[in-house]
Design a protein. Structure first.
Length: 208
């Protein structure tokens, strides 16, 4: 499969996801809500809550004290309402109404000093996990030509709808669901395709 500027075969992707799952059990449970992929969009999908912020801390958002009141007070109810909790990036081609709504929601959480792309993406992915990719420094190394914002959203969309990738991600999820019950990687069988892509993109960037 092609992810950003890197390539990985399904067997290697499975091996990498096993390692990630074994090393990041707390992230899968408390940030992703696995097993079962519960609380999609958080306890209140229409606004940011203290629970959301605590969950992002588990994945290393490193929020500052000053970030928290600002995030809780952002009035984004209209922008959240325009983006359903199950909206998928696969259906958000650049220029589409869904893509533009996603960018308007992204913009509501932009501009606060010290609240950069990595923190924002971890929050927005939690609130709309099928639509917003996580964007940490390693993922940006994999997507070297599209570091943030609309460029990154468009690049990840292209990877998700690439027919070869669609086939390989389906195979990947079948393989994950066939993992032994004792395998931590089996939890990832419930994860959105976008989250699997995120994890692999981060691991590929870290390996550079």
């Amino acid at each position: 499969m092609n992810i950003g500027t890197r390539k990985i075969v399904v067997d290697e992707a499975i091996a990498q996801l096993r390692i990630y799952a074994e090393s990041n059990g707390a992230v899968l449970q408390y940030y992703d809500g696995l097993p079962g992929f519960t609380n999609v969009g958080g306890s209140d999908p229409s606004r940011v809550t203290l629970e959301d912020l605590a969950r992002t801390m588990v994945i290393g958002s490193d929020l500052r004290a000053l970030d928290i009141p600002w995030l809780l007070e952002v009035d984004a109810e209209k922008e959240f309402a325009a983006v359903p909790v199950d909206a998928r990036l696969e259906d958000a081609a650049p220029g589409s109404a869904l893509f533009e709504a996603a960018m308007e929601l992204d913009e509501k959480f932009s501009g606060h000093r010290g609240f950069g792309q990595a923190k924002k993406s971890k929050l927005l992915h939690l609130k709309r996990p099928y639509l917003f990719p996580v964007s940490d420094s390693f993922i940006r190394m994999t997507y070297t030509n599209a570091s943030a914002g609309a460029e990154l959203l468009g690049a990840v969309h292209a990877d998700l709808v690439n027919p070869a990738n669609v086939r390989d991600f389906k195979l990947l999820q079948v393989r994950l669901n066939a993992e032994p019950p004792t395998s931590a990687a089996r939890l990832l069988g419930d994860a959105p395709t976008l989250r699997l892509l995120d994890i692999l993109a981060s691991l590929l960037g870290e390996a550079k």
